[in-house]
Design a binder for this molecule. Sequence first.
Ligand SMILES: [Zn+2]
Ligand SMILES: [Zn+2]
Length: 338
Amino acid sequence: MGDLLIFTDKGIYCAAGDFYIDPWRPVPRALITHGHADHARPGHGSYLATAAAAPVMRHRLGDISLETIGYSKTRQIGDVTVSFHPAGHVPGSAQIRIEHKGEIWVVSGDYKIEPDGFSEPFEPVTCHAFITECTFGLPVFKWQPQADVIGQINDWWRQNAAAGRTSVLGAYALGKAQRILSAVDASIGPILTHGAVENTNDVLRAQGLKLPETVYAGPDLKIKDYPGALVICPPSGFGGGWTRRFGAHSTAFASGWMALRGVRRRRAADRGFVMSDHADWDGLNTAITETGAERIFVTHGYTSVFRRWLAEQGYDARIVETEYEGEALDQTETEAAE
Ligand SMILES: [Zn+2]
Ligand SMILES: [Zn+2]
C-alpha cells in the first residue's frame, strides 16, 4: 500500500480521498487548516474548513465554494474519514486527521501548544504519521508563559503613556493582534488599530469572539484625542510613514524572532517581545511525542537541523518541500494593508 498522503508540486495530496490539504496551486478540492494566506489560497474548486475559520476565509477569499465542519466531527470523503482538531494557532485553526483502513495521518498546519485564551486550545491527536512545521525548531527558541510577555507589554505601554508617548506594536493582523488585544490591560489607555487589524477584528467579533473596544487609526485620526494609546498594526505598518500620525511614539514587535538578538537589532524597533503563534522547541517535541507517530514529515523552518534531531531520537523523519512560510517578519502572514 502506498502512502496515505503524498507531497506533490500542488500540495499535500490524498489519493484515497482525492483532495489536497492547504494546496498552493489551484485544485478541485482543498481542505484548509487555517486562514493565513500561505495555507488558504485563492482559486480552488471547493474548500472545506472549520466553521470557526470560515468567516476570515470568506473575508479574504471572497465568494468561494466553502463547506464547514465542526471540530472533532468526522466526514467521509472517498475512501477516507477526515476530522479537524484544534491547532491552537489562530481562531479556527485545525490539524486535519485522515484515516484509511486503520492508518492515521495528521497534517498539523501551523500550531502552538500553549493556550492563548483566544484560539481553541491545541489538542494532541494520536496518529501513525505526523506532518509538522518547525519554524522555531532550534533549542534557542523557548517561549516564556504568555502572561509574562503580556505583563511586559503592559509595562511598556504604561511607561509610554506616563511619558506622553503612543505605543505602536507590530503584530500579525490575524491571530497575534487579537491574542494581544484580548489579553492586555485595556484600562491603561485607548487602543487604536491599523486597517488590516481592524478588518480582522470586525470579522472575529461578528462570529462571537470577545475583544476590547478598538478605534480604527485612519489618516484623519487626531492623536491628541487618544492620549496614552496603544496602536496595533501589522509588522509592515512601520514602513512608509504610517506611524507619523502618532507623534511621539515608541515602537515594538511581538514575534518569536525577537528571541534572536541580531534580528531584534535589525528591526530597528525600540522593543521586541518574544511571542509566537508557532510552537517553540519544547512545544514541537511535546506535540510530536504526544502523537505517538513513528513517521514525521517536516515542512518548513529549520528543517535539516530538526529532521536530524528527530532521526537521532529514533523517528523515521523526512523533509518535504512545501510553499508554507512560517512566521514571517513582514507582511506574509497578514492580509493586504489598508
Ligand atoms: Zn499560520
Ligand atoms: Zn503558515
